[in-house]
Every structure is written in C-alpha cells, then in structure tokens.
Design a protein around this ligand. Structure first.
Ligand SMILES: [Zn+2]
Length: 444
C-alpha cells in the first residue's frame, strides 16, 4: 500500500499480517470494558457476550458492512498532509447565479473560510449545489482537502458528474459501497456518509448534502463519523430543504450558523399540496379500479399528454396501480420503479428522456431526481411510510423548471394525517418567507 492510502484515514489491517510501513501510526480498533466493548470506528457499544469471538477477542456488529472491525485488527493512519498540486483554473463552471443565490453563495464561502459549522436551509429546487461551488473552489485554492457526502448513493451519483464538469482540472474520488474502483487519495472526494467511517481528521471542509435523508438523521454512528472525518479545526456545512427537529435544535442552541433560502432558483414559490379524500382506495384498487377523483385527474393528464409521477406507499402497491391505469387507458405508457429494482437507473432515464408518460414509484424518487415540467400525485400520502419531510421533498419535484415553474401536487388520502398537515404547513411557511424576501429584493 502507498503512504497516501493512509492520509486522513483509518485503514483496517489484520494485526497478525501487517507489513511495517515507515511512520504509519497504528491505532487500536476497540475498547474492551468489563461489560461492554466499544468500536472505535463507529463509536457504538456492544455487550461483551454478543460481540465475543473465540479466545477473548471481540468484534463490532454495527459497522459490519464496511468490513469487520475486531480486536484482531489495527487501524493504520497517517495525518492528512494536504499534498496537492495547485491547478488553474480551479472552477470551470460557467453558469450564473441569481442575485439571491449569489448572496448565499458568498455567505457559504465566508463560512468555509472561517471553518464554521453551518446549516444551509434552502427549499427544494433552490440550486444548492451551484451555491457551494465558489466556497469549494476557494477552499481547494487554499490547498484544503474537501469532502462532499450524502446519505444517499443516488445523490452522490447525481453530484459526481456535475462536480466533474464544475472542477474539470481536479481529479475527484467517488466512494460508495457499490463502486468497485480502489480508493485513491484526492483533494476532492464525493462519498456516501457511510464511507466517512473510514476517514479520520481528513477534511478541512466537509459538506453533507440531504442531511435529513434516511438513515443519516437518526444514526449516531454516521453523525459520529462526520465529526471524526473533519479535522479538529475543520468546517462543516450541512444542507437540506427540510431540517428535522434535531437539526433545528442545534440551530437554536447556536451550535450551527444558518443560511436560509426560501425561494427557488427561478424566484417562484413552491407549489402547495392539494389534498383529496379517497377513502378505501386500497380495496378498490384490489378490484382493479381507481377511486373517482384519481381517475378524473389521470384522465386530464392523459388527455393533455402531461407527464406525471405517481407515488404509492409500498412496493406491493406498484403493480395494482399500473394494472388499473392500463385498464382505463390502454395507450398510457407507464413504468414502475422501487429501491431494489435492478432496472432502476434505466427506468429513470426513460422517464427523463420522455419515453414514458408516467413513472409509478415508491418514496425512492422523493429526492435527488429532477424531471422538468412534471405534475405528481401521491396515493395514500397519509401512510406512515411518508414522513413530513419526505412529503415536502416529494412535493418539491414539481415546478423546478424555469419554463414551467408551477405544477400540480395532489395527495390522495384516507384522512388528513398529522404528517400531511405538517408538510402543508412547512410549504406555507417557506412560501410566506419567500414572498417577503421577493418583496424585499423585488426580483419580480
Ligand atoms: Zn463499529
């Protein structure tokens, strides 16, 4: 292995089969207590008896998916030396920011220079990624190591080509569980938040996109990994359109500075959710029929050729919806997609390229994907599978293009649940703030 493989990392190596590497630090992997053992990669405790291996050795069950940490291993580590060649120009992005975006972009860059911990709360479709380019470019120019992480692999895959274009002269590492390419030491790294568990005091600035997405928000190991991955003096920028209560509390306690953008990049407000009651829809669907209100809406879409996303709560609901749509409108072209769908990427491209009129989907399409000019409906939006922030994210798929900054968001529900109400309230709040801001800067 090369020395650079250990820069800012904790590489797991079996203690019995190690080779001596000059200057490489060897760190313990676990703390063994009387009743519990603690994993030093993910910081989780396990009872001795469940973590036991033969001969008084122990392992961690919590972070197994990144390779087993056990007392038979050690971490190999070298401090991050920031050994990067300067390149010119750093930023090759040619786009333009709106006046509001430019204001936030400058604020973010200042925060990154000061290595602050900050939350960027920007509505869906505000253009968050473009707003952080300037701050990242300045950090790279200062010779800093920068990481961009997200809980969702889809988000990483979507960000990677955009960053490659924006920073064309900088080699970028892309790390996620499904990437077979070996690790490479790079000044700019895009990775899933799980991969952060392998870093140790690596990043001078780390950005975590979609912090409210599953499983990050409630996962102590990942939050620990984030803290460990940045240098003790490093900056952290958390980004989301829908901060949850834990994040808001950190803002209130002044642990995080906050930048707020309640308007989309085109300056228009978020489409508000319309709710329609469809009591007993699942029984009806079981008989191959759609509730009247759903059928009338789909009829409109079908007649006008309007493309739409049709969300359902569970994978088992996908097929019955597709069958019922096919029965009513034999010429309507649809595809179904879900998280573990092996053809997921092809189907998303088919929708993006306009080859089908509708995509019937589970919550997997709630974020990270943009289909310009679409409408959407959520059947069973009151199902507990949809959190309030997931519903806000789903509604945020609509009205993202400048050409069609509006669109329909319809929730078909058995009853108006707390989460549906919370989502509507969050959108209304952002729109009030957005209207006020529009008035202030009179950009329309
Ligand atoms: Zn662990």
């Amino acid at each position: 292995m090369k020395a650079s493989d250990f820069y800012g990392r904790r590489v797991l190596i079996n203690a019995a089969h190690h080779e001596e590497l000059a200057g490489v630090q060897r760190l313990p992997t676990m703390e063994v207590g009387r009743h519990y053992v603690r994993c030093l990669r993910c910081n989780q405790l396990s009872e001795r008896r469940v973590a036991a291996l033969p001969h008084q050795q122990f392992y961690c069950r919590h972070c197994l998916q990144l390779g087993r940490v056990s007392t038979l291993d050690q971490f190999y580590h070298l401090p991050e030396p920031n050994q990067f060649q300067p390149v010119v120009p750093v930023l090759t992005w040619q786009g333009q920011l709106s006046a509001l975006q430019a204001r936030i972009s400058a604020e973010v860059a200042r925060g990154m220079r000061a290595h602050e911990h900050r939350l960027l709360w920007a509505v869906t479709g505000a253009g968050k990624t473009e707003m952080i380019f300037a701050g990242i470019a300045a950090a790279l120019q200062r010779g800093e190591r920068v990481g961009v992480a997200s809980p969702r692999v889809d988000v990483c895959l979507e960000l990677f080509p955009r960053f490659q274009k924006a920073f064309a002269n900088i080699p970028i590492a892309l790390l996620h569980g499904r990437n077979p390419a070996p690790y490479a030491y790079r000044q700019l790294t895009i990775c899933t938040t799980h991969q952060l568990l392998r870093f140790y005091h690596a990043f001078d600035n780390l950005i975590v996109d979609e912090v409210d997405a599953f499983p990050y928000a409630s996962n102590e190991a990942l939050i620990f990994a984030t803290r460990q991955a940045i240098k003790p003096s490093g900056g952290l920028l958390l980004m989301t359109a829908t901060p949850g209560p834990a994040l808001m509390q950190r803002v209130r306690h002044h642990e995080l500075a906050v930048s707020y953008l309640p308007l989309r990049y085109h300056g228009c407000l978020l489409p508000q959710i319309r709710t329609k009651l469809t009591i007993g829809w699942r029984e009806r669907l079981g008989k191959g029929r759609l509730p009247g209100t759903v059928a009338r809406q789909v009829q409109d879409w079908q007649a006008s050729g309007q493309r739409f996303l049709f969300f359902v709560p569970h994978v088992a609901d996908l097929r019955p919806v597709q069958v019922a749509l096919g029965k009513h409108w034999p010429t309507l072209s649809t595809l179904t997609v879900y998280a573990a769908d092996p053809k997921r990427l092809e189907k998303v491209s088919a929708m993006r390229e306009g080859k089908v009129q509708a995509l019937i989907t589970t919550t997997i399409m709630e974020r990270g994907v943009t289909f310009p000019g679409i409408d959407l409906g959520v059947l069973g939006a009151d199902d507990p599978v949809f959190s309030a922030s997931a519903l806000v994210q789903i509604a945020g798929r609509v009205g993202r293009s400048k050409k069609r900054p509006t669109g329909k968001v319809i929730f078909w529900v058995d009853s108006i649940s707390r989460t549906v109400l919370a989502a509507k309230r969050q959108i209304a709040l952002m729109n009030r703030k957005g209207q006020k801001l529009r008035h202030e800067v009179s950009i329309v």
